[in-house]
Design a protein around this ligand. Structure first.
Ligand code: MN
Length: 423
């Protein structure tokens, strides 16, 4: 029997070669249509397989689960069942969709019942998010920001290579792709101004990130190692950490990001499992100095995932303004989760842990406007002739990602957000 991520697998569903969702991917999400209330689905080509219907037809009967677990508005209850169950469901879905399997494909009524065209469905936020942490784990990003705001000679703070720096973000304002965000308001102080003022943000920025979602909890006081982290991580989504740079500059000392970040963060709707990404694991950078033993790991925990950011002006075309890769991270997600739990802080099901802005070493690969325009000093010129230092009202930011090799493409779809004027 071929494994679910074997490149030789084919489905009885016709899938375009450049689809993000071949049979090797099978990401999980929550969708609804006018006649289907929110439920769990799996993306396959241009369709969604309705797991609620699949379960009603007893096709998961060999797996130890309550079929109603798919008839839920969030993935939390399903992923709380644990990795052996996620894996068994993924393998069973793979089997049902393979080209010689007729359990669904042999019955045209059942096909109509089980498959929903993606364009007819609305994707909802995949998990109810109890906690959100944002790390700062790209050395290029941290160096760029440190060069601009601190000291070019000592761009990295002294702790940076010893621990994955992070902060606790706001879970309530994480929204799914397609949700518009209003420009935030806040307190700012221009360098030459005598006093601060309150008003609309003038330096609205995106941050290109990837986030992992946990599917297993720890007890308060318990810690896990980087190697144990694999059993806690359900999958990955694209993450846009919206940032108000002018608010951030004034408010962040001495406790770090607050209202400059908490007005909204956007995620992609499909959670791509670590199992689907297994063939795209790569070695990370040499960590020198060697991290303390609680951050030591075995194996590879970096993933080769191509990322891009597109800016679409109102009524205009989407233009690619950055190309980066998740493999550029210095700290990997297993180290991030081990560090998060190292003080005994409890991990919960549905927690979102974002990577931090993922920048590469060249200008074209920077993951924020702050870096792409170097603090707004070198504006980007779009093909329509307009310039951007930061993000304008009515601009749409689109982030896409995929891992690809030898004809197999494991895609994330996209996270798309339009910025509306401040209320
Ligand atoms: Mn961030």
């Amino acid at each position: 029997m071929l494994k679910a991520n074997d490149p030789g697998l084919h489905s009885w569903i016709e899938i375009a070669a450049d689809s993000d969702f071949p049979i090797q991917n099978l990401p999980f999400g929550i969708f609804t249509t006018p006649d289907r209330d929110p439920r769990v689905g799996v993306a396959i080509g241009e369709y969604i397989l309705d797991l609620c219907v699949v379960a009603q037809h007893n096709m998961f009967e060999l797996i130890d689960l309550d079929p109603n677990v798919f008839h839920r508005p969030y993935l939390n209850e399903f992923i709380a069942l644990g990795k052996p169950i996620w894996r068994a469901v993924r393998n069973r879905v793979s089997e049902l969709l393979r080209n010689h399997n007729e359990e669904i494909s042999g019955n045209s009524d059942l096909i109509r019942e089980c498959l929903v065209e993606q364009y007819k469905a609305q994707m909802l936020i995949p998990v109810q998010v109890p906690n959100y942490t944002d790390f700062y784990s790209s050395i290029e990003h941290a160096t760029n920001v440190g060069t601009m705001f601190r000291d070019p000679a000592n761009a990295l703070s002294p702790n940076w290579k010893h621990l994955p720096v992070g902060y606790h973000g706001r879970a309530s304002s994480i929204v799914v792709s397609g949700t518009n965000i209003h420009r935030p308001k806040g307190q700012t102080k221009a360098p030459q101004a005598d006093a601060p003022a309150f008003g609309s943000c003038r330096q609205l920025d995106f941050e290109l990130e990837v986030a992992f979602i946990t599917g297993r909890e720890t007890a308060l006081g318990q810690s896990i190692t980087p190697d144990q982290a694999d059993d806690y991580i359900f999958g990955l989504v694209l993450f846009n950490d919206w940032s108000a740079r002018d608010i951030q500059t004034w408010e962040y000392v001495p406790l770090g990001p607050f209202l400059a970040k908490s007005f909204g963060s956007s995620i992609s709707p499909w959670v791509v499992t670590l199992d689907a990404l297994e063939p795209f694991k790569v070695k990370g950078p040499e960590q020198d100095p060697r991290p303390l033993s609680y951050l030591e790991f075995t194996g590879n925990h970096h993933y080769d995932i191509n990322l891009e950011v597109l800016l679409q002006p109102a009524g205009g075309r989407a233009n690619c303004i950055s190309r980066s890769n998740y493999k550029y991270m210095y700290w990997n997600m297993n180290q991030q989760l081990a560090h998060q739990s190292s003080n005994g802080c409890n991990i919960q099901v549905g927690d979102v842990y974002a990577s931090g802005t993922i920048s590469g070493s060249t200008r074209e690969s920077y993951g924020s406007m702050l870096e792409l325009t170097w603090g707004g000093t070198q504006p980007i010129t779009l093909p329509d002739g307009t310039q951007r230092r930061f993000i304008n009202d009515h601009d749409t930011i689109i982030m896409r990602g995929y891992a690809g090799r030898n004809g197999t493409r494991i895609g994330f779809g996209e996270v798309r957000t339009k910025i509306l004027p401040a209320i």
